[in-house]
Design a protein around this ligand. Sequence first.
Ligand SMILES: Cc1cc2nc3c(=O)[nH]c(=O)nc-3n(C[C@H](O)[C@H](O)[C@H](O)COP(=O)(O)OP(=O)(O)OC[C@H]3O[C@@H](n4cnc5c(N)ncnc54)[C@H](O)[C@@H]3O)c2cc1C
Length: 325
Amino acid sequence: MVLVFCEQREGKLKKVAFEALCVGYAIAEKRGGELAAVIVGAGIKDLAAEVVKFGVNKIITVDDPSLQFYTPDGYAGALERLCREHKPHTVVLPSTVMGKDLGATLAARLETAIIPDCTALEFDESGNPIMTRPVYAGKAITRAKAPSANPLIITMRPRAYSAQPENDKGAEVVAGDVAPAELRTKVAEIVKAVIKTVELTEADIIISGGRGMKGPENYPILEELASVVNAAVGASRAAVDAGWRDHQFQVGQTGKVVAPALYIACGISGAIQHLVGMINSKTIVAINKDPEANIFKVADYGIVGDLFQIVPMLTAEFKKQKAQA
Ligand SMILES: Cc1cc2nc3c(=O)[nH]c(=O)nc-3n(C[C@H](O)[C@H](O)[C@H](O)COP(=O)(O)OP(=O)(O)OC[C@H]3O[C@@H](n4cnc5c(N)ncnc54)[C@H](O)[C@@H]3O)c2cc1C
């Protein structure tokens, strides 16, 4: 069996859940065994209907008020019990903040191997997954396999694998054993930051601002462009360290790794630690007044100039295009 953890927040499945299911499907096809989707949370039973069309044979819901918020104890406990019961040969999770924490905790509890933060999947001649993963801030790429791991745990980077529904196999929906252990962590309250635009890892378009933005008061020009093209607004670490943007918006080695269809870097020099977080974007546009800036080496389109002139021009042009469409 391949067991796929389908991440949900506030009763909504994340895109990465469907991507992870497609990775799981490919592995189950190659190595054999059923494909099981696991959804953990409180009041999440209805979400089963959203994953049926991804070629799953079984959907296991672990539904309990104690699992309303993510806690390592609660979620890893639920997955550990499922692994001990169903004995999957592979467990797939998304490489999100939750998935990374959960995957590592689960691997430790099951005393097994984890290949984290993968970007591609292949198979050896025996059908064992060979996982590609960037290391040393993306300076090198490794290909890893762990055929003797039982189960093998994999976390897959968001957007590294596309989510194509396979087929509806009429999966049975079963309730997983809740048996909540005494949770050592209790989430008292979640205070949400007000995000006016799309969430970074889910966005098709990201517009990021760096030190060239000069200050927090200038980010509304990026937000305005973002609202016209339905994009998320990201930042370099320089902007985050300066206190201009919250860390949740940071792209890079110590921030989020993103791979949108379009990444527009504004006033960002292109340090390796930033590039590692966005290099897999399908199209990269850089706006920088320094023609020698490193970002131009990875950009598909480069605009040498002052972002304070160029960004408003882009916004006006996109508004015009939208009005005409
Ligand atoms: C261990 C470690 C981890 C790190 N992790 C990250 C990470 O996760 N993410 C990250 O981003 N960085 C990270 N860094 C920091 C990284 O090395 C760089 O310092 C940082 O990315 C620089 O940010 P920046 O490009 O915004 O600033 P700068 O390098 O200062 O570049 C600013 C750019 O703005 C341009 N500019 C200025 N004014 C204008 C204007 N009006 N119009 C157009 N262009 C203009 C300049 O020409 C310049 O190229 C990390 C560093 C270390 C050591």
